[in-house]
Unconditional design. Sequence first.
Length: 213
Amino acid sequence: MRLAVFASGGGTNLQAILDACRTGDLPADVVACISNTSAAGALDRAQAHGVPSAVLPPADFDTPSAFGDALLDTLDQHRVDFVALAGYMLKVPKSVVAAYRHRMLNIHPSLLPAFGGKGMYGRHVHEAVLAHGAHWSGATVHLVTDEYDQGPIVLQEPVPVYADDTPSSLAERIQPVEHTLYPEALRLFAEDRVRIDGRTVRIDDYAPHRSSH
Ligand code: GAR
């Protein structure tokens, strides 16, 4: 599986994916890293692994459709057959979502559909979970559709929320879960074990990994 990772931030999920590819746990190659900003730490991680990267800020393009075309050209150049959004803080243009239908995943740091949607990313998610008084949060890997965080759920894992949590402490408890869940979800696609039936994702011969917290 020729994988592209889209990232805007520090890239710890990209790192987990690169590590899983290196150890063979994920039978895939990261062939491109795409960001909307040259400030993304993820780009340094890609470079350290010899993965080519592209910085495509939407403001550099006259129209949203030209931005979508540039993303698609980059994916074509690298003969990408699967996309993983890993802390990519932009909505993916419809043309790209359509071209990679059922071949594009995102990871979100809560138990969707709770605490998802527009504006719900990174620290904002954990702040909302704490403000709501939720007892559980977690991580969700889902297929990307045109609606924010609404695509069919592939894998999910709960993480408890403690009374003295801050957004940072909750993020620190969820991140290691993301780092095993995301490569695992990608592996299921690389091994062609995923069937998508409407909103329901069925996985052949799957014994879910369980982490302890
Ligand atoms: C991760 O926690 C990911 O779940 C979140 O951004 C972080 C990126 O961290 N994504 C979202 O909130 C998407 N709505 P990373 O750059 O270290 O992988």
